[in-house]
Design a binder for this molecule. Sequence first.
Ligand code: PGA
Length: 260
Amino acid sequence: MEIIIQPDPAAASRLAARVIARLVRARPDAVLGLATGSTPLLLYRELIRLHQAGELDFRHVRTFNLDEYIGLAPDHPQSYHSFMWVNLFSHINIDPQNIRIPDGLASDIPAFCERYEDQIRAVGGIDLQVLGIGTDGHVGFNEPTSSLTSRTRIKTLTEQTRRDNARFFGSEANVPHHVITMGVGTVMDARECLLLAFGPAKAAAIAAAVEGPLSAMNPASMLQMHRVVKVFLDEPAATSLQRAAYYRWVYENKPEWQRL
Ligand code: PGA
């Protein structure tokens, strides 16, 4: 894992956007795995800025989103379909045909999930997966005790996650209990992962994911087994890391060819 600690979320998001931009310029039909929530908002804003400046072309990019709430129609304001259109897709030149987001209204959920995995395989797999982390260590919506080899499937949200997400729904009672999410195994198949975490509420989950034991109690810790992971943190999210000084030294002393 490469741990990159930046002064604030904007600086960290600019660096993460640079990694994505570099990939898309090298491979215009790159397959991006995308995330929702507060964390990737500045990253998406930066990708939009690069696009509007004529520096990034999404015409051939393919995308797969990590997850969606079961029971929410695509046009529900809190659906992840809406989130993606409002915060990214409607501002870039992506072809709507190239966008995949789990269908929260799928009538046969297991069949839908199997098809989603087939679709990812059919495009040759995900080149780069963007990830946030829950305060309970979830990635996608793979809550603690998720199988670390799981595939896309239905999950039940923990009370902690429903509380965390209540801010988007007005009240906790309105937060759906069930979701469709890519599995931890699905995420692990991506060729590269970018994990972003900002703010003090993420410090404990990040410390467990990066430095804790590999455990289904913190599904993000499975990323320790991934070959190419960059973890972008702001200072508050990095406060519980024991080896923060080492990560900073590594980043500041990268060989020129490795710099972001
Ligand atoms: P957040 O959610 O970005 O809204 O903090 C992260 C997550 O639940 O994965």
